[in-house]
Write a protein that binds this ligand. Structure first.
Ligand code: NDP
Length: 394
């Protein structure tokens, strides 16, 4: 029987993964499920999948989780160390779907067991791509991308030689502000930013889609995962979110991946890989859709893409600084303490400051280096956010 664990089972990706696993019924044994504050859902999932272990990331949620699972025979743990220990439990397939840099350590540890890691947590590749890929190689583990664009590229590359690849194009819906003026975007509220036109996702990634920081992370993710030069990766705005990515080959051919905007497609692909099996997503009726449109991204209104290119140029630890600064800026925006354009301003400032002070281009030797830069970037980002807030209030 296949043993599976899900890190971040209570989130948007996690819930979809649980849905697909529930349909597989007796064919899987659930080793560990982890969540954060949504203890009721975590307990319900653990009972439904008869998990061996349920872990909440927060110590103060331990008692509630223990109560909710009383009499079930399911082991309960709490805290960040417990998350990493859960990744030590033997499993054949592990879903990494914690949001943010918090997902890095458990995913990293899972690779040490030489397992298949289905990677939704794009921050792992952005902050520590070379370390993560090296760890997978060293332990004979497989990483399968779960971001829809990267799953699409992965599928388009099946049976192909990377030497024949000329370019990779990832698409972006453009988010809720695609046709908003810069002035209107400047006054956007968190609820407006979280209202994604096509995808149903967690609140943080939805706001990142509106600012194009999500696409910026995905540019870096493409570079790290597929090992392709940054100048051969393109972003194409495609409002219908039907074409997820395209791979261009040296003979001029473009292989596109199309599918309904439903994350269960990419999750199901990673779950069934290397085979294909039925996945309950809507089938496309292209005649009914009628028209697919494409346009270039506007880096003036959405500077995140330009910043991602700077990060790839810098290399080394720049991705860790970029992601940490972005996470802090996003916290401030969601809390109503920073205007929408302030997020990019904060990230740009942090990158410039840390490059000046410590040369972000140095390669990370170990995860400790990543953790250290992450911490410094968060402090710098908090300073910058406070300054931008004051400027906005003037
Ligand atoms: P959600 O916010 O919906 O869920 C995040 C999960 O992580 C929840 O289980 C949450 O627990 C848990 N969590 C939150 N903070 C912590 C923490 N500090 N430590 C441990 N666990 C924590 O996120 P998504 O499912 O939307 O995204 C998950 C990852 O997948 C992200 O990296 C995202 O970029 C990526 N991704 C998501 C896509 C999507 O469609 N949603 C598409 C492609 C990639 P709780 O809710 O119980 O507090």
């Amino acid at each position: 029987m296949r043993r599976v664990s899900i890190f971040g089972s209570t989130g948007s990706i996690g819930v979809n993964t649980v849905d697909l696993l529930t349909r597989q019924g007796a064919a899987v044994q659930t080793v560990a499920l982890t969540g954060g504050r949504n203890v009721a859902l975590l307990a319900e999932q653990a009972r439904r999948l008869r998990a061996d272990l349920a872990v909440t990331a927060h110590d103060d949620c331990y008692a509630a989780l223990k109560d909710a699972l009383a009499g079930s025979g399911i082991a309960v743990a709490a805290g960040t160390a417990a998350l990493v220990e859960a990744a030590d439990r033997p499993a054949d397939w592990v879903m990494s779907a914690i949001v943010g840099a918090a997902g890095l350590a458990p995913g990293f540890r899972a690779l040490r067991q030489g397992r298949t890691l289905a990677l939704a947590n794009k921050e792992s590749l952005v902050t520590a791509g070379p370390l993560l890929m090296a760890e997978a190689r060293a332990h004979g583990a497989t990483i399968l991308p779960v971001d829809s664009e990267h799953s699409a590229v992965f599928q388009a590359l099946t049976g192909e030689d990377m030497a024949a690849v000329e370019r990779i194009i990832i698409t972006a819906s453009g988010g809720p502000f695609r046709d908003w003026s810069a002035e209107r975007i400047a006054a956007a509220t968190p609820d407006q930013a979280a209202a994604h036109p096509n995808w149903s996702m967690g609140r943080r990634i939805s706001v990142d889609s509106a600012s194009m920081f999500n696409k910026a992370l995905e540019l870096i993710e493409t570079h790290e995962f597929f090992g392709i030069d940054p100048d051969r990766i393109e972003v194409l705005v495609h409002p219908q979110s039907i074409v997820h990515a395209l791979v261009g080959f040296v003979d001029g051919a473009l292989m596109a991946h199309l599918g309904a905007p439903d994350m269960r497609h990419a999750i199901g692909y990673a779950l069934n890989w290397p085979d294909r099996a039925p996945v309950p997503v809507a089938r496309l009726d292209l005649a009914q859709i009628g028209r697919l449109s494409f346009e270039p991204p506007d880096e003036r209104r959405f500077p995140a893409l330009r910043l991602a290119r700077e990060v790839m140029k810098l290399g080394g630890l720049a991705g860790a600084a970029f992601n940490a600064a972005k996470e802090v800026a996003l916290d401030h925006f969601l809390a109503g303490r920073l205007a929408f354009p302030g997020m990019a301003a904060v990230v740009e400032e942090v990158l410039a400051r840390l490059s000046r002070e410590s040369g972000l281009s140095n390669a990370a030797v170990g995860l400790d280096d990543v953790v250290e830069v992450d911490a410094r970037a968060r402090i710098a980002a908090r300073d910058a956010a406070v300054r931008w807030q004051r400027k906005d209030q003037r």
